[in-house]
Design a protein around this ligand. Structure first.
Ligand SMILES: NC(=O)c1ccc[n+]([C@@H]2O[C@H](COP(=O)([O-])OP(=O)(O)OC[C@H]3O[C@@H](n4cnc5c(N)ncnc54)[C@H](OP(=O)(O)O)[C@@H]3O)[C@@H](O)[C@H]2O)c1
Length: 328
């Protein structure tokens, strides 16, 4: 069965190799699924490059999330059937044709729905939901600001905020994205600038207090977002796409009582109760099934095309998520 593997960290298109192995017999309590779709997220690329919060256990098969179809169940597995669509939540890389793991790590999915959209539910929609929900108690009519608004997480933030009645100021790097962001439900679009970003954000919110800033860029973008917050506002840092450090002024921390928080989904999965996870998936999966929550897919690739796929996923201004279809 084909899979992608790396033996050393480095530039993903150099170190990721295609390999093949024999199908092994299932142990009691295990399940085998054909992997149908797996997105390439920045965390996958960063991990291969050795720049993520968790170091790989080499050699490793990459791929953080995927959707699959049950191909075989081991002895003692009663709640899953061959042919059932499942989210692959067990540990282990998903960029492979066939995924084996303990049955508890296969989450049954409802029939129907767009499989590529559903394959992304565990990471980016979950991140967007939790950042909107767990830091500031937002009410309809409140304003928030976010950077990288055209990213997958950013577009889920726009769609979920709209459902909550929360208004969004959306920072992007180019004017050509404005109409798309407004069409998906964003309330205002600001083009990132070094000099006027803070006032541009405040003007875009018509001078209304901004209670939450959600940032994936860091550097001067986060500085400006923090300065645009209302008294007692919260900035949540969840990515650093610019790879630049951020300076926060004491005017913001002392005189404006702004809080800077971090968010890492991996920690939430470690600490959330099964009931909390079930409730969050129970909110997101139906919204994706109904097409209320979606992300653009730039291009799909097979495993044989892994080098081109990760090269595209690492590029800026790409126009959507890159998706691997391990079984074509
Ligand atoms: N902390 C967590 O738990 C968590 C969970 C999920 C995601 N994340 C992070 O969230 C971020 C977005 O993930 P995603 O999957 O939504 O990404 P994505 O869809 O691949 O989009 C990447 C975004 O980053 C922007 N970008 C790229 N290079 C940039 C630069 N040098 N300066 C400013 N913006 C830049 C892109 O803008 P252009 O279109 O203009 O290139 C685009 O908006 C990543 O940093 C990811 O690691 C964190």
């Amino acid at each position: 069965m084909k899979h992608v593997i790396y033996h050393e960290m480095g530039n993903p298109s150099d170190v990721l190799k295609l390999a093949d192995d024999e199908q092994v017999a299932l142990k009691s309590g295990e399940v085998r699924a054909d992997v149908l779709a797996s997105p390439i997220n920045p965390s996958d690329i960063l991990k291969v490059a050795g720049m993520y919060g968790i170091k790989p256990n080499l050699p490793e098969v990459p791929g953080g999330e995927a959707i699959g179809r049950v191909a075989e169940v081991g002895a003692g597995v009663t709640h899953l059937q061959v042919g059932q669509t499942v989210l692959l939540a067990a540990p282990g890389g998903k960029w492979r044709q066939s995924f084996v793991g303990p049955a508890a790590g296969f989450i049954p999915m409802p029939d129907g729905g767009d499989l590529q959209q559903l394959s992304m539910v565990a990471v980016n929609p979950m991140t967007a939901l939790l950042m909107l929900r767990d830091f500031v108690e937002l009410k309809p009519g409140d304003w928030i600001v976010q950077s990288a608004a055209n990213s997958a997480v950013g577009t889920y933030v726009i769609q979920l905020a709209k459902k909550m009645g929360v208004k969004t100021v959306n920072i992007v790097r180019r004017e050509s994205l404005r109409d798309d962001i407004l069409a998906m439900g964003g309330d205002a679009v600001v083009i990132a600038s070094e000099d006027t970003l803070t006032t541009d954000i405040q003007n875009a919110a018509d001078g209304n207090p901004i209670r939450l800033a959600i940032d994936a860029v860091a550097g001067t973008t986060l500085t400006a977002m923090v300065e645009a917050l209302a008294l007692g506002g919260t900035a949540v840092s969840y990515g650093a796409m610019s790879m630049q450090p951020t300076q926060i002024s004491v005017q913001s921390t002392i005189f404006n009582d702004v809080r800077l928080r971090g968010f890492w989904l991996a920690k939430w999965y470690e600490t959330a109760t099964p009931e909390q996870k079930q409730a969050a998936f129970g909110e997101l999966i139906p919204a994706i099934m109904m097409g209320e929550l979606k992300s653009t897919i730039a291009k799909t690739f097979t495993l044989d095309e892994i080098a081109a796929a990760v090269d595209l996923a690492g590029q800026g201004e790409r126009g959507g998520k890159v998706m691997l279809l391990p079984n074509g």
